[in-house]
Design a protein around this ligand. Structure first.
Ligand SMILES: Cc1cc2nc3c(=O)[nH]c(=O)nc-3n(C[C@H](O)[C@H](O)[C@H](O)COP(=O)(O)OP(=O)(O)OC[C@H]3O[C@@H](n4cnc5c(N)ncnc54)[C@H](O)[C@@H]3O)c2cc1C
Length: 264
């Protein structure tokens, strides 16, 4: 039995810059990291498998440098890592991405669950997890904050909602899309784990390894197109700054709010 964890390498910055000519994210010179939601999903997979005989496979689709994210997964505790990389995948929208990932999941085979993050911090669509479940024809649980139980037949999860929590149970195989709670403390791999990970080989698969007849990936297989990407216009004025000593500042602030009709 296997848990396949889908992970994405994302820019390690909140200052994402857009190339004004191409409308794409500038990735050159920007440090990368493992998407935080995916790191939590991997931690949940490791925690819930306990000492059982479940193999954990980290899977990413991305450029060759996405290997770094997979290496981190191996160091954290994944048993295997698969990098899906091919020019045929370039320009994939979320649907084409989820098709490629689903095909890779089928090629890995013998999975009892697919874990992924709720969303990637760069693309931010939160579509890939549910789309994978749709492509594989398996049940899905989203907004999962805790995987409570995984036995041979089902998985039970705690899902966050606006009102609190809901406990859900699904037949296996199922997809679990995780959000990370604020209390989440990432595992820092020990030196021994890093050295062990270095001895492992990251499996590199191209489109020919996973494609089924009629599959379309990349731009060809993408029903949506990004028409334009641009940052929001910079705000003019930048607000009002009051830098008087505290008592005078409070008086000035109240005067200002009254003048603007925001308080009476
Ligand atoms: C029309 C269009 C064209 C695009 N063209 C390009 C392009 O040319 N080049 C490019 O780099 N991007 C392109 N993208 C972006 C690309 O489609 C998304 O990066 C990708 O589909 C993932 O979507 P997301 O980041 O919103 O992930 P989300 O749906 O927010 O991610 C949810 C979860 O899915 C899993 N996941 C997401 N992506 C991956 C992945 N690649 N590997 C493994 N797991 C994953 C992770 O567990 C993640 O936490 C394009 C998007 C669109 C809509």
């Amino acid at each position: 039995m296997r848990i396949i964890v889908c992970v994405k390498q994302v820019p390690d910055t909140t200052e994402v810059e857009i190339d004004p000519k191409t409308g794409t994210i500038i990735r050159e010179g920007v440090p990368s990291m493992l998407n935080p939601f995916d790191e939590f999903a991997l931690n949940e997979a490791i925690r819930i498998r306990g000492t059982g005989q479940i193999e954990i496979v980290a899977l990413t689709m991305g450029p060759p440098q996405a290997e770094e994210a997979l290496f981190k997964c191996l160091a954290i505790g994944a048993d295997r890592a698969v990098l899906l990389s091919d020019r045929a995948f370039a320009g994939s929208d979320t649907w084409a991405t989820s098709l490629a990932l689903s095909r890779a999941i089928e090629a890995v085979g013998d999975y009892c669950a697919v874990f992924c993050g709720h969303q990637a911090t760069d693309g931010d669509t939160a579509q890939v997890g549910p789309e994978i479940a749709r492509q594989l024809g398996i049940p899905q649980m989203t907004y999962v904050e805790k995987v409570e139980e995984l036995d041979g037949k089902s998985v039970t999860c705690l899902k966050e909602t606006d009102e609190g929590y809901v406990r859900l149970k699904a037949k296996l195989p199922a997809l679990v899309a995780c959000i990370s709670p604020s209390s989440f403390v990432p595992i820092i791999p020990k030196m021994g784990q890093i050295l062990k990970a270095k001895k492992k080989t990251i499996e590199k698969w191209g489109a020919d390894k996973v494609a089924k007849p009629g599959d379309k990936f990349g731009l060809d297989g993408s029903p949506t197109q990004v028409v334009k990407t641009y940052p929001p216009p910079k705000k003019k004025g930048g607000g009002v700054k009051i830098s008087d000593p505290p008592d005078a500042a409070v008086r000035k602030l109240v005067e200002y709010l009254r003048k603007e009709g925001l308080v009476r």
